[in-house]
Design a protein around this ligand. Structure first.
Ligand code: SAM
Ligand code: DTB
Ligand code: SF4
Length: 339
């Protein structure tokens, strides 16, 4: 007679579901840790080669001075973080950075702008950057704030493969994080991105003082979207001095690492075919912690020594991590095939 919890039911291993309930997602969080990670690792193997990790590289093409009040962000004009606002980069500089990212082993290049929304006057310049990056043989991604349906179509026509727009947290905790835009605003942009035929990159942040229920609620929101995100970034809050949520973490401590791994595992279970990205926060994670995240189903990372404004492990450090864990970079075509 077994004295431990029985393995998860077979429904976890069937086709992706869109009818998850919040109690079901909370029940996954509550599973014994070893069972949860085992189930997530099993589901990961059902859809992906677990030795492959996709590499994306970020560039902040327009830094600081943002009109939103996201309580974690170094780039919000509402907080004094010491960051100097800059204007939109020249296309040639962006393309030189993209070339360097490709040479460093990234398969996807993601351009980020500290904007509330894309302005029509900037769209032609963005289109030139996107088509230029695409011509280098890289997958293209952008994160530029809210988009209209028409702007989404223009970016797609320019060659944009992915658009990143995070829900950040569950709907109940959302107003503790940002008040200058609504949850619905975010969902509307995601819908324009899908309608334009682009892949979605959508996830959130863990460690902002939210409860487990809020983490479950975020993953429930993602798993019940009309289509699961193609990429699902799980960010650990990078505490930035001067931001309300960063200051809170500096004073009361970071999230329990095991709870972070649980979040990655549940993300893998509820959105089984998504590329689950171990995103911001790797700079302070041990190799053991990152190994647990990969075991729990993370299969994508940001590479290069900088995210948008904060540090990230350097290429040589990640090369050592990949060697240590027998991981290999996912080829671009494999990403396409899995999407
Ligand atoms: N302005 C655009 C937007 O917010 O959609 C694009 C850039 S914004 C910096 C992209 C995402 O980075 C945010 O949605 C948030 O999830 C994440 N992020 C920003 N600052 C962070 C921090 N300090 N720690 C962890 N994630 C962060
Ligand atoms: C995402 O979910 N995380 C990335 C990307 N999408 C744009 C951004 C992380 C930013 C971390 C803080 C910074 O470097 O400013
Ligand atoms: Fe602006 Fe994006 Fe930062 Fe929010 S997360 S303040 S929208 S740059």
């Amino acid at each position: 007679m077994l004295s431990h919890q029985p393995p998860a039911t077979s429904h976890l291993f069937a086709q992706p579901r869109h009818d998850w309930t919040l109690p079901e997602v909370e029940a996954l969080f509550a599973r014994p840790f070893m069972e949860l990670v085992f189930d997530a690792a099993t589901v990961h193997r059902r859809w992906f080669d677990p030795s492959e990790v996709q590499k994306s590289q970020l560039l902040s093409i327009k830094t600081g001075g943002c009109a939103e009040n996201c309580g974690y962000c170094s780039q919000s004009a509402f907080f004094d973080t010491g960051l100097k606002a800059e204007k939109l980069m020249d296309t040639a500089v962006v393309l030189a950075e993209a070339m360097a990212a490709k040479a460093g082993g990234a398969s996807r290049f993601c351009m980020g702008a500290a904007w509330r929304e894309l302005k029509d006057r900037d769209t032609p310049k963005l289109a030139a950057m996107i088509s230029g990056v695409k011509a280098l043989g890289l997958e293209t991604c952008a994160t530029l704030g809210m988009l209209t349906a028409d702007q989404a179509r223009q970016l797609k026509a320019a060659g944009l493969d992915y658009y990143n727009h995070n829900l950040d947290t569950g709907p109940e905790y959302y107003t503790q994080v940002v008040t200058t835009r609504t949850y619905k605003d975010r969902l509307d942009t995601l819908s324009h991105v899908r309608d334009a035929g682009m892949s979605t990159c959508c996830g959130g942040i863990v460690g902002m003082g939210e409860a487990r229920r809020d983490r479950a609620s975020l993953l429930h929101a993602l798993a019940t979207l009309p289509e699961h995100p193609d990429s699902l970034p799980v960010n650990a809050l990078v505490p930035v001095t001067g931001t309300p949520l960063g200051e809170r973490v500096i004073q009361s401590g970071e999230i329990d690492p095991i709870e972070f791994v649980r979040t990655v595992a549940v993300a893998r279970l509820v959105c089984p075919r998504a590329m689950v990205r171990l995103s911001a926060g790797r700079e302070t994670m041990s190799p053991e912690m990152q190994a647990l995240c990969f075991l729990a189903g993370a299969n994508s990372i940001f590479v290069g020594g900088k995210l948008l404004t904060t540090p990230n492990p350097e290429q040589d450090e990640d090369a050592r991590l990949f060697a240590l864990l027998d991981l290999k970079p996912m080829a671009s075509m494999a990403v396409e095939a899995a999407a």
